[in-house]
Design a binder for this molecule. Structure first.
Ligand code: ZN
Length: 231
C-alpha cells in the first residue's frame, strides 16, 4: 500500500498537492496540524492535552503528536495508504515515525528560495475564516476581501519578507539532517515544485505511481504485475 511523506519548505505547495493527490488516489491526507485541531475539537483526552499546549502557545510534544498519529494511521482509510503532510519536521521525529509505520517514499518539494520568499510574502489570510489567498497565485475575487465571507484579508507577521527569510533558514537547518536520514534509506524522491499546481500534480503522479508500484502488488495497476493474478 502507498505510504508517503511530503516534505517541503513553507510555500512549496505540499499541502495543496497532498489534498489533490489524496483525493485522486483515494489515500488518507494526514496533516498533523488538522489532526491536532480535530482532536482538540473532539475533546478526547489526547485532544484536551494538545489543546492545552496550543492555547498556551507551546509546541505540542512529539510523544503526543505520535500518539494521535498512531490512532489516525490505524483507521481504515489510512490503512489503504496515506500522505503524511507536516510531519516529521526533524530527525528525531522521523526516527519515532519509523517505529509506527514503514514508508514507500519521501517526496521532497524542491523550489529556489527566491521563489519561496515571493510566494510566502504574497500570502493573505482571512481574519474571519482563516482561508489563505495569494496575491499572485490565488487572488480573491475582490482585492483584500475573502470570497467566502467578505471579511478583510491580512498578511500574517511571519509572512513579511524579513520573517520569511528567517523561517526558511530555520526550515533548511532542520530539514537537512532529515533529508540525509531518508536519503540513507533510499526513500527520497525529489520533484521540481515550480510552475502551476497542475504541472506539479502531473510530476507527482508519475513519482507516486512509480514508488507505489514497487510495493504491494495488490495496489499496482494490473499491467505492472509480472504474473497472472487471482481474485
Ligand atoms: Zn473568510
Amino acid at each position: 500500500m502507498p505510504r508517503f511523506v511530503f516534505l517541503g519548505a513553507p510555500g512549496a505547495g505540499k499541502g495543496t498537492q497532498a489534498e489533490i493527490l489524496s483525493r485522486e488516489a483515494r489515500l488518507a491526507h494526514v496533516s498533523t496540524g488538522d489532526l491536532l485541531r480535530a482532536a482538540a475539537a473532539a475533546g478526547t483526552p489526547l485532544g484536551r492535552e494538545a489543546d492545552g499546549h496550543i492555547r498556551a502557545g507551546r509546541l505540542v510534544p512529539d510523544g503526543l503528536v505520535l500518539a494521535l498519529l498512531r490512532d489516525r494511521l490505524d483507521r481504515p482509510d489510512a490503512r489503504a495508504g496515506f500522505i503524511l503532510d507536516g510531519f516529521p519536521r526533524n530527525r528525531p521525529q522521523a526516527e519515532a515515525l519509523a517505529t509506527i509505520t514503514p514508508l514507500d517514499a519521501v517526496v521532497w518539494f524542491e523550489l529556489p528560495s527566491a521563489v519561496l520568499v515571493d510566494r510566502l510574502a504574497g500570502r493573505r489570510v482571512c481574519t474571519q475564516c482563516g482561508t489563505v489567498y495569494n496575491v499572485s497565485s490565488r487572488p480573491p475575487r475582490t482585492a483584500g476581501r475573502c470570497d467566502r465571507d467578505g471579511a478583510g484579508l491580512v498578511q500574517r507577521p511571519d509572512d513579511r519578507p524579513e520573517a520569511v527569510t528567517t523561517r526558511l533558514k530555520v526550515y533548511a537547518d532542520q530539514t537537512a539532517p532529515l533529508l540525509e536520514y531518508y536519503r540513507g534509506r533510499g526513500l527520497v524522491r525529489s520533484i521540481d515544485a515550480a510552475g502551476t499546481p497542475e504541472d506539479v500534480t502531473a510530476r507527482l503522479r508519475a513519482v507516486l505511481e512509480a514508488a507505489a508500484g514497487r510495493g504491494d502488488a495488490a495496489t499496482s495497476p494490473p499491467r505492472r504485475s509480472p504474473g497472472p493474478r487471482s481474485r
